[in-house]
Design a protein around this ligand. Structure first.
Ligand code: KG4
Ligand code: ZN
Length: 333
C-alpha cells in the first residue's frame, strides 16, 4: 500500500510517500522558518499564503523522489488539526482534491498522533504498548499507547507547552526563532546549576505540567539583574532553564511508566530533538530497566512521513474521511 501524507499545520509544508506503513520513499519538507524569523515567531497569514505557493512543487518533488506517478498512490493522509486554521486548510483542501480526483480513500490524521508515529518510521521493531511523552511547540502530554489505534491521555500541560517555553525564553535572551535549537546549543556552554528556577508540579502526584511560572521566573531573573545593573550570563540562564524543563519532563515520564507498568518509553514532537532531553531520558530509562526510543532528528519536527504512517495504521481500522473534512485547529488527542 502506497500512502501519500500531507502536513501543513504550522510553518512546514511537507508531502511524503511511504510504503506499507513504515518505509519512507520520499519526505519533502519546505520550511518557512527563515521567513518567520524576522517576526520572532510564526505569522499565521503569511504561513497560509506560503503553504499555497509551496504545496504543488513539494508534491511534485515527493513524487519525483519516490519515482512514482499520482496513479500509484493508494490513499491520502492529511493532518487536519491541531494547528493554525488557515495553514491546515491548505493541506486539507489539497488532500481532498487529490483523493477525489484519483478516486482513493482519504484519512484525517491528528497531528499529535503523527508525532508519536514518527517513532515507527525510525524504529522498525517498535510496537505498542508504551508510554509516549509528546513535547512540541503547542503541546506537552503523556499518552498511554495501548495499541496502534487505542490510546488515552495520561496528563498534559495546564498552560504553556514545553516548546513554547523554549521559544519564549530564547526570545527573552535575544535568540532567533525557533528558540529550542538555539537554547539547546547555548546551554552547552552554561552551568545548569547556576540558577535555581521553580519546578512547578514536579513533586505532585499527578501527570500535569505547568511551564508558565517558569517563563515568569526567567523574566523576573532578567528584569532584576537589569535593575541592579548586573549583566546576566545568557548561557547559564539557557542551561539552568533547560535543566529545569528536562527535570520535570523526565520525572513525570518515569512516574507515568511506573504507574502504568509500561516497560517502554517513546519520545515525540519537536522538543524530542533536544540533545539533553534525549541523554537524560536514555540514562534514566537505563537505570529503571525501561526501553527508550526517540525519532531521528528530521522526524522529530513537523513532517508528512509521520502523518502518512499514522494514516496507514488508521486505514487498517477502516476509519476514512469524506469530502466534508474540515480543519480542526483545537483538535485534542
Ligand atoms: O513538533 P514541532 O515541529 O511543531 C509543533 O507541532 O509545535 O515542534 C516545534 C517546537 C518549537 O517550539 C521548537 O523550539 C522546539 O520544537 N524544538 C526544540 C528543539 N528543536 C525544536 N526544543 C528544544 N530543543 C531542540 N533541540
Ligand atoms: Zn508538530
Amino acid at each position: 500500500m502506497i500512502t501519500l501524507g500531507i502536513e501543513s499545520s504550522c510553518d512546514e509544508t511537507s508531502v511524503a510517500i511511504i510504503e506499507d506503513g513504515r518505509k519512507i520513499l520520499a519526505n519533502v519538507i519546505a520550511t518557512q522558518i527563515p521567513i518567520h524569523q524576522k517576526f520572532g515567531g510564526v505569522v499565521p497569514e503569511i504561513a497560509s499564503r506560503k503553504h499555497i505557493i509551496n504545496i504543488m512543487p513539494v508534491l511534485d518533488e515527493a513524487l519525483d523522489k519516490a519515482q512514482l506517478k499520482l496513479k500509484d498512490i493508494g490513499q491520502i493522509a492529511v493532518a487536519y488539526g491541531p494547528g493554525l486554521v488557515g495553514a491546515l486548510l491548505v493541506g486539507v483542501s489539497a488532500a481532498k482534491a487529490l483523493a477525489f480526483s484519483l478516486g482513493v480513500p482519504l484519512l484525517a490524521v491528528n497531528h499529535l498522533e503523527g508525532h508519536i508515529f514518527a517513532n515507527f518510521l525510525s524504529h522498525r521493531q517498535l510496537e505498542p504498548p508504551f508510554v509516549s511523552l509528546v513535547v512540541s511547540g503547542g503541546h506537552t502530554a503523556l499518552v498511554d499507547m495501548k495499541g496502534y489505534n487505542s490510546f488515552s491521555m495520561i496528563g498534559q500541560t495546564r498552560d504553556d507547552a514545553a516548546g513554547e517555553a523554549f521559544d519564549k525564553v530564547a526570545r527573552l535572551l535575544g535568540l532567533p526563532y525557533p528558540g529550542g535549537p538555539q537554547i539547546d546549543k547555548l546551554a552547552r556552554q552554561g552551568n545548569p546549576e547556576a540558577i535555581d528556577f521553580p519546578r512547578a508540579l514536579m513533586k505532585d502526584n499527578n501527570y500535569e505540567f505547568s511551564f508558565s511560572g517558569l517563563k515568569s521566573a526567567v523574566i523576573n531573573y532578567i528584569h532584576n539583574a537589569g535593575q541592579k545593573n548586573i549583566s546576566i550570563n545568557k548561557a547559564d540562564v539557557a542551561a539552568s532553564f533547560q535543566k529545569t524543563v528536562i527535570d520535570i519532563l523526565v520525572c513525570k515520564t518515569i512516574m507515568a511508566a511506573r504507574s502504568t507498568g509500561m516497560k517502554t518509553i517513546v519520545l515525540a514532537g519537536g522538543v524530542a530533538a533536544n540533545s539533553q532531553l534525549e541523554e537524560r531520558l536514555t540514562e534514566k530509562c537505563r537505570q529503571n530497566d525501561i526501553d527508550f526510543y526517540f525519532p531521528s532528528k528530521i522526524l522529530c519536527t513537523d513532517n508528512a512521513a509521520m502523518i502518512a504512517c499514522r494514516g496507514y495504521y488508521q486505514s487498517l481500522t477502516g476509519k476514512f474521511a469524506d469530502m466534508n473534512l474540515n480543519a480542526v485547529p483545537y483538535l485534542e488527542l
